[in-house]
Design a protein around this ligand. Sequence first.
Ligand code: ADP
Length: 195
Amino acid sequence: MVKLIFLGPPGAGKGTQASRIADFYQVPHISTGDILRNNVAQKSPLGLQAKEYMDKGELVPDQLILDMVEERLKQNDAQNGWILDGFPRNVTQADFVEKLLSASKNGNDTREEKAEIINSLMVINLQVPDKVLVSRLLSRGRQDDNEETITNRLKVYHQQTEPLIEFYKERQQLVTIDGNNSVDAVTNYLKQAIR
Ligand code: ADP
């Protein structure tokens, strides 16, 4: 069962690669950024709350994100694996994933079974230097891809998301991939790395 998390700064290519790998393994590509942008477009209550944070390049509050992800992972297509893109983005969110993974269906999994479930998770750290990220994002031109927001998103990444690299290293779930390569080359590295 494929359970993958794409970790990496904005502009690292998480979305592009996660979508390719999801097609390859026939599992849903779950991007919290995409779900949020859909909600913003539909002016749903979640979208209306999330928009102000997204426009500033801040993280949307955890409780909104955790409920949203929990709902998404309950859906039928997510029962045989998934690829998470843009989530978790801080330690609270990473703890939540761990809790979800270890929560057993019938409540009586053995310790070994629980450990195995947690071990089935693999975290991909897509590494790209900040200088390259800024120029990639500026050429992409999404609504939140202006210089001020980009600077803040990178700051938020370094402060809140980067600590997850150590978090997943300690758990031996981390694989680091050099994202500063062509799209096809990165996809190939990923396919080799995913067990
Ligand atoms: P990028 O990785 O290029 O910043 P995303 O589409 O992943 O783009 O995220 C866009 C914005 O959506 C973020 O700046 C943030 O405001 C919000 N967001 C997405 N995922 C999360 C998350 N897991 N927790 C909090 N906010 C999030």
